[in-house]
Design a protein around this ligand. Structure first.
Ligand SMILES: Cc1ncc(COP(=O)(O)O)c(C=O)c1O
Length: 469
């Protein structure tokens, strides 16, 4: 069944959609970029022209012209009597055949594989025969891998036993499983704002109402706001990335970790600490994991950023009770984690210090190179140099990042605009640029961005954000 987006919701999500272009073109552009970057799904039915024009307080002719433009460009299909449905023409999507068709795809904050990966798979192939007598459906994870992940936490000062670990198909899978297990419809979930887009997708897909706790690259988390939201709005879950938050790169202080972890425990909010980016330290040093401050914190982790996204190995660290519930729910999603990847992960985790050092070195040179490129080419943009993570979160001043992302596509560069990381169209003046690419690619990307920025005007003043949607 097609999704339907209401006119009010559409107006909120569109945010500051006006640009220097004629209003109907600016509106068509914004809807198109939201479709391309995933804020609107292909197959979504748009509101009737009259309803959207009322919600946006513009003439119906403008909306009709915008829809006509989208139809002409192949992004909208209208059938008399059943409304107008968004369609993504082949080759425009953010998957195979999508940004990869462009010369440069900067939509992923992820690096090429750790050089030790082939050796880890070699080890895995050698070990595999010992497991072939088993049926191979592994819903919990190999005991040896769970022990290796547990030891990894132990080395970070968080004593953990193997039965507190469940192996998943990456951190995104872990988050979906946890949401399915913990969350009940109509409850609230607290998220950082901005946050990781696929967490937003997961929570909204479950029907959640989201509470936004502001975080910025320069000032970190608005802890007082987070505390107030947990106390007053009683979210059932809170999703945080304390280390090198995606996309801001911010790190939460040990004191704030403790404050939030203890408060969440007292108030009955399940705090999920996403540590997918936790090992991407460039020049910060270690801080205690959030779970060190409360036994009720659930941690998710992954080898995706440290070793390779293509492995699809992640985990949940939580109470035995919770993991048993997750395991019972799991067959509706998948039937277990592949053996070869698990065996390779055991070898990789033995090498964890080397992997961290290797990533840190590459991230440092990528970060420093991209910072210098941005500062030289966009002196008016503001950025805070993060001490870890994989991307810069850049304030583009009065330039709309959705418009910039659309213009960049014409220059062969795929980017994710700021609002993909927020709620209700927020962060239109922010752009995330990963520094995980090669220096020649980063330099070419910045030049493409420069050309794109010349064709893009300023965005008008932003609208206020409501905390709950
Ligand atoms: C914060 C965060 N969580 C989860 C994920 C997904 O991780 P995985 O590839 O292990 O599913 C990502 C990947 O971009 C991420 O940045």
């Amino acid at each position: 069944m097609n999704q339907i987006v209401s006119a009010r919701r559409m107006a909120r999500e569109l945010g500051e959609w006006r640009t220097h272009r004629a209003a109907y073109l600016a509106l068509a552009d914004r809807i198109r970029v939201m479709l391309i970057d995933g804020r609107l799904a292909s197959g979504t039915r748009l509101p009737a022209e009259r309803e959207l024009s009322t919600a946006l307080q513009i003439s119906r002719t403008t909306v009709a012209a915008a829809y006509a433009q989208l139809r002409d460009d192949g992004y909208l299909r209208s059938i008399r009597g059943s409304g107008s449905t968004l369609v993504l023409p082949d080759g425009k999507r953010g998957g195979p055949g999508g940004p990869q068709e462009l010369a440069l795809d900067f939509t992923k904050a992820a690096a090429a594989a750790y050089p030790g990966l082939p050796a880890a798979y070699q080890f895995a192939v050698e070990q595999l025969p010992a497991y072939l007598g088993h049926h191979g459906f592994d819903m919990q994870g190999l005991p040896e891998l769970r022990a290796a992940v547990a030891e990894h936490y132990g080395r970070r000062g968080l004593p953990t036993s193997a039965d507190q670990i469940l192996i998943t198909l990456g951190a995104q899978h872990a988050l979906s499983l946890l949401t399915h297990t913990i969350y009940s419809p109509s409850e609230r979930i607290l998220v950082e704002h901005p946050t990781y887009p696929h967490a937003i997708d997961t929570f909204l897909g479950a029907g959640a109402r989201l509470l936004a706790m502001p975080v910025s690259s320069a000032d970190g988390w608005d802890i007082a706001e987070g505390q107030m939201l947990i106390r007053r709005a009683a979210p059932s879950m809170a999703f945080l990335m304390p280390d090198f938050q995606n996309p801001t790169g911010a790190s939460m202080s040990a004191e704030d970790r403790e404050r939030l972890a203890r408060l969440a425990q007292r108030e009955g909010t399940v705090l999920i600490a996403d540590e997918t980016t936790a090992m991407l330290d460039i020049d910060r040093g270690e801080l205690p994991p959030m779970a060190a401050f409360s036994g009720t914190v659930v941690t998710i982790g992954s080898l995706g950023k440290l070793a390779w996204g293509g492995m699809r190995i992640g985990w949940i660290r939580g109470s035995r009770d919770l993991l048993a519930r997750v395991q019972r729910a799991r067959p509706a999603f998948d039937l277990g984690t592949p053996m070869l990847e698990q065996l390779a992960s055991i070898a990789l985790l033995r090498d964890a210090d080397l992997m961290v050092a290797n990533r840190s070195r590459d991230l440092r040179s990528g970060r420093d190179f991209l910072v210098a490129e941005i500062q030289a080419n966009f002196p008016q943009w503001q950025l805070h140099v993060p001490d870890g993570g994989m991307s810069l979160w850049i304030n583009t001043g009065d330039v709309s990042s959705s418009a910039l992302a659309l213009a960049a596509r014409s220059e062969g560069l795929a980017l994710v605009p700021g609002p993909r990381f927020g709620l209700e169209g927020a962060f239109e003046r922010f752009l995330r640029i990963p520094f995980t690419y090669r220096q020649d690619e980063l330099a070419a990307g910045v030049q493409a961005l420069l050309r794109a920025s010349r064709s893009v005007g300023s965005a008008p003043a932003r609208m206020p954000l409501q905390a709950v949607i």
